[in-house]
Design a protein around this ligand. Structure first.
Ligand SMILES: [Zn+2]
Length: 360
């Protein structure tokens, strides 16, 4: 099942382990889902889904997801965004190996105002590295695509220098992904259309600057959009990814598919465009909207089916106790099963079913 050249111990992968996982996906022609999580319940469901699919997985937290993980009761929102991200990572470092798969810990979009969040997480990551010899997170994302490209790249350079010292990778964004993710993003209808498609020349510039410093990946826009909308607004053009790879290969004299590409806004995408994008070196596809719905839908069905249990502890007419139905584990478990199921579909779409590199 597994090419032994790529095998890694089960658990969180960082540094060379992470780079091996990315290389394995590109060599094997498959990608991994990167799933946004907000609670221990969604997080465990994602690891369970990976174990069932015998595949590896990328877990990511947005700034809002991290804040929610810490709890809405913490008054200082910035502090909660840092603490929640640390708590989620510690949770995964403790549990991942028991699911028998490799797990990548990642943070999602950080725009200009969130650079201090990433820096605070790097403070935590460096401390964790001193204690354990590995970073808390495998990678962070810096999304400065709304800024001038000079500023975007110089900040990426500055942070990657710091991150590569502790074996971390950086995900950057060139070109704008339409829609929004936790307050980061642009409106599809008002965005400058050319910005929705990354320019291969910009990708080449990023490659020249960043590849001598450390490991990085590029979220390139090819008409992809966050969220699920009626089709027709923007056309998916994965050939932009192919053109970027070809330009870097030609100018830098590399092997094929030198770039590690990331597909944002995977929810609701056409299956044929997904496999086309993967063939051009996409190793990670973000999925959030579809797994949110997959988590919530079975809860709706459960509440409808057991409506009285959500109004009475004991049936007012016949005295039936409803503890078994209103116990939060009963309906949260349905939600978790929804994610587990939806991700099996994602693994099939991405070609990564049964492809875990974890040593058994
Ligand atoms: Zn995104």
């Amino acid at each position: 099942m597994t090419d032994s050249n790529y095998s890694q111990p089960a658990g969180v992968v960082t540094g060379e382990g992470y780079q091996t996982l990315v290389a394995a996906g590109k060599a094997g022609g498959y990608a991994l889902p990167a799933v946004n999580v907000t609670t221990s319940s969604t997080l465990n469901a994602v690891m369970e889904a990976a174990a069932l699919a015998k595949s590896d997985v990328i877990v990511q937290l947005s700034n809002g997801g991290a804040q929610y993980y810490a709890g809405k009761g913490i008054q200082d929102a910035f502090q909660a965004k840092v603490l929640g991200a640390v708590a989620a990572a510690e949770h995964v470092h403790l549990l991942a190996e028991h699911y028998g798969v490799c797990v990548v810990m990642h943070t999602d979009h950080a725009d200009r105002k969130l650079i201090p969040w990433v820096e605070a997480l790097l403070d935590q990551g460096e401390r964790y590295f001193e204690k354990t010899g590995r970073p808390l997170y495998s990678s962070h994302m810096l999304d400065l695509s709304a800024e001038d490209i000079d500023f975007n790249l110089s900040e990426c350079e500055r942070l990657l220098k710091r991150m590569s010292k502790i074996g971390m990778s950086l995900e950057i964004e060139l070109g704008v992904t339409g829609g929004e993710e936790d307050g980061v993003g642009v409106d599809v209808d008002s965005a400058d259309n050319s910005k929705l498609y990354t320019q291969p020349e910009d990708v080449l510039r990023a490659y020249k600057l960043l590849s001598p410093i450390g490991h990085f990946s590029v979220a390139a826009s090819f008409g992809n959009v966050h969220g699920v909308y009626k089709p027709g607004n923007v056309k998916l053009r994965p050939e932009i990814l192919k053109d970027s790879q070809a330009l870097v290969q030609k100018e830098e004299g590399t092997g094929s598919n030198p770039l590690n590409l990331v597909f944002h806004g995977g929810s609701g995408s056409e299956k044929s465009k997904i496999s086309e994008a993967v063939s051009y070196g996409v190793f990670k596809m973000n999925i959030d909207t579809d797994t949110q719905f997959a988590y919530s839908k079975p809860v709706g069905a459960f509440v409808n089916e057991h409506a009285k249990a959500f109004q009475y502890q004991i049936d007012p007419d016949d005295g039936t106790p409803y503890k078994k139905q209103y116990d939060p584990r009963a309906w949260t478990r349905k939600a978790e099963e929804g994610i587990v199921q939806r991700l099996q579909e994602a693994y099939t779409d991405l070609g990564s079913m049964g492809q875990s590199i974890a040593k058994s």
